[in-house]
Design a protein around this ligand. Sequence first.
Ligand SMILES: Cc1cc2nc3c(=O)[nH]c(=O)nc-3n(C[C@H](O)[C@H](O)[C@H](O)COP(=O)(O)O)c2cc1C
Length: 209
Amino acid sequence: MNRDMFTSAILLAAFALTGVSLLFLVHAATKERIENNERALLLTQLNEIVPSGTYDNDPVTDIRTIAAPEALGSDEPLTVYRARRGDKTVAAILTTVAPDGYNGAIRLLVGIRANGELAGVRAIHHRETPGLGDRIDAARSDWILDFNGKSLNQSQPGQWRVKPDGGSFDSFTGATITPRAVVKAVHKALVYFDENQDFLFDAHIEKSK
Ligand SMILES: Cc1cc2nc3c(=O)[nH]c(=O)nc-3n(C[C@H](O)[C@H](O)[C@H](O)COP(=O)(O)O)c2cc1C
């Protein structure tokens, strides 16, 4: 009887070990693929803002992590991706958050050229209402492309608002909260860039995760 119990225990342990080993192998095999897919998606998003032909570094790894809750809208440190060509700075793409969307925080990529002009803005994560606030999504409407080429120099501070608030940016019929939040966040990112450009482009490179 004791021997049977011993054999069962050994078998059980062997099954458990095989199971754990299999899980470990599957995890190891998929982890790298998931990381590669995430990296490719990020690069596609960055290249929509700053075309790949305009820089020769790897902006996915040439990053700075910045904690600037007031300017960038989040208590968590956020990543800034840098595009360079040779020793010239091309653009910084700031991850920034509009905390006051209709359905919560809206995560944005704000690309700013070295001359202070917006290279482009994209909403990369939000929960705004389909058919209303989700028109900030480049896949849903061209609204977000209106930021292209704008800068602090070319406009009065008051223009960095949606039209119902007296500014120059269109809002959506019956949905002003979302575009208002995005315009505010992009403006804050531009001001932050203007005040911290040297620090943002500092060649100090962090290891990406
Ligand atoms: C179910 C529901 C979902 C809504 N979703 C949004 C939204 O995603 N974004 C937005 O700005 N407003 C949304 N609104 C409208 C806002 O409550 C608010 O009325 C509007 O943003 C104000 O814009 P207006 O001044 O142009 O009317 C939603 C309203 C309802 C009832």
